[in-house]
Design a protein around this ligand. Structure first.
Ligand SMILES: [Zn+2]
Length: 490
């Protein structure tokens, strides 16, 4: 255990999925030719008027509802002034004091990237506000730079967490959970390679019981792995600085407090490096946006949004744990993506013991999907296939070990489970006469095991059971074999 407590807060920008941009009617599309999706509004020409996109408001309210946030009945936009080539207006339209959403919660749990289990709890989310994305500068080394304004005006949800995470694993779990919520809600695909999910980390270390340490910001992280790595590196780096300050660090006595600075992750070097030193707090000078009226939402409108809100990942997990009786951890794994969660929901609702379906999905199916590097959607497997498989096992028509043989066929070709099981000789022999013949054969051929069993070695019966299964080429109904063996040997 380190003697310092780590305090982490995350600011994450999520691009919302909408047809058009947030304040003009240009298409919100990624990958179009440079500067092809622009107009006088998103290029900041003088004299134009922005109009807020209702779909963007719907998306942010949905994000708020799915994170248990308070939704503002009265919200307004502000201008954040700064000069940079990617923002031709010299200000960004954002929200300062009256954001759409406040006091949300992001549940964390599951396993961290280190493989350690994370204690399930909620991390507070201070706010979500709506703003416009800026253009994208492209730098050609040594010669020139260009700016592509296709991204300028894409709706951006800025989410600000409370400083309540204490490790890289917890930050990882928060990021994963926020992405799930956005994806389940159809709010954003959170495709990091397309810049749809960008994270800034605030991190400081202090001794418990003393004031918070110097806050270091790590900017522009667009990979979950980089977020995790950069936090771990910062913990190491700041620990060393604080140890030096006490005279116990590797550099002896010349310690000083960490500089208040903004850093970025250098993946090639595997460390964070200084971007700029902060001398004072950022002073962006916010002004109320005079060209956009405040947004007023009525209770009826919010109720309507609520009524059509997709089920958040947490609600799936609660249903799986409370009604389907599976473990917290299994529920976490089965809700990592929406198609898996919906699949399990559909299959689990149709069987007596959903745990049996969960086991197949967590074990055999997961292994096959990761071997084939496929997602569930890319196969022909349907929830009903698992329902049929489980029901056939419950009826003693196939054995559990048939799952591993049936799944690859169903994933590749689909089809009727029972017919495939018949064609492949997987149907179990239930005829007691046939079973008895195999059991008698196993007893006759294995006098040593029989003697051992009679001396009280319970394991011997498992061996005899194996012999019965071998003689029957796997067709003997396993649940019937042991009682029959026991009866014959008593
Ligand atoms: Zn435009």
């Amino acid at each position: 255990m380190s003697k310092y407590e780590v305090i982490i807060g995350l600011e994450i920008h999520v691009q919302a999925k909408t047809e058009s941009k947030v304040f003009c009617s240009c298409k919100n599309s990624f990958g179009a030719p440079s500067n092809s999706s622009v107009c006088p509004i998103c290029l900041g020409h003088p004299g134009v008027l922005p109009v807020v996109n209702r779909e963007a408001i719907h998306q942010i309210v949905k994000a708020g509802l799915m994170t248990d946030s308070d939704i503002a009945r009265y919200s307004k936009f502000d201008r954040k002034s700064y000069f940079y080539p990617d923002q031709p207006k010299n200000y960004q339209i954002t929200q300062f004091d009256l954001p759409f959403c406040a006091n949300g919660k992001i549940p964390i749990g599951g396993k961290g990237l280190s493989g350690e289990m994370i204690e399930p709890r909620d991390i507070g989310m201070e706010r979500i506000h709506l703003e416009e994305d800026v253009g994208k500068s492209v730098h050609y080394s040594g010669s020139h730079s260009t700016v592509d304004y296709n991204r300028a005006g894409v709706p951006l949800l800025e989410t600000v967490s409370m400083p309540q995470m204490h490790s890289a694993d917890e930050a990882y779990a928060y990021v994963q959970s926020l992405q799930q919520i956005m994806r389940f809600g159809g709010i954003s695909d959170c495709d990091q390679e397309k810049g749809q999910f960008r994270c800034d980390v605030n991190i400081s270390l202090h001794k418990p019981g003393t004031p918070f340490g110097t806050k270091i910001e790590i900017k522009n992280l667009n990979s979950t792995r980089h977020i995790w790595l950069s936090i771990n590196h910062e913990i190491e780096r700041q620990t060393e600085i604080l140890d030096d300050l006490e005279g116990t660090g590797p550099n002896g006595e010349d310690g000083k407090l960490p500089d208040q600075e903004t850093r970025r992750w250098n993946d090639a070097r595997g460390e964070t490096v200084v971007m700029r030193i902060k001398e004072t707090a950022d002073d962006y000078r916010y002004f109320p946006e005079p060209d956009l009226p405040p947004v007023v939402l009525t209770d009826a409108q919010i109720d309507a949004f609520k009524a059509e809100m997709p089920m958040p990942p947490k609600a799936y997990r609660e249903k799986f744990v409370n009604e389907f009786k599976i473990t917290e951890y299994d529920a976490h794994v089965l809700t990592l993506d929406k198609s898996t969660a919906d699949f399990f929901l559909a299959a689990g609702s149709k069987v007596k013991k959903p745990k049996a379906v969960a086991n197949i999905m967590m074990n055999q199916l997961n292994a096959l999907l990761s071997d084939g590097e496929k997602s569930l959607d890319e196969t022909k497997l349907e929830p009903d296939h698992l329902v049929q498989m489980v029901k056939l096992v419950e009826a003693n028509k196939i054995q559990k070990n048939a799952y591993a043989k049936l799944l690859p066929i169903l994933m590749e070709e689909g089809g009727d489970v029972e017919k495939i099981a018949e064609a492949k000789g997987m149907i179990v022999e239930l005829d007691t006469g046939a079973l008895e013949a195999w059991v008698d054969e196993a007893i006759a051929n294995n006098p040593k095991a029989v003697a051992e069993y009679k001396e009280g070695k319970q394991n011997a019966i498992q061996f005899l059971m194996g012999q019965v299964m071998r003689a029957s080429k796997g067709k003997a109904a396993a649940p019937m074999v042991i009682p029959m063996l026991k009866k014959k040997l008593s």
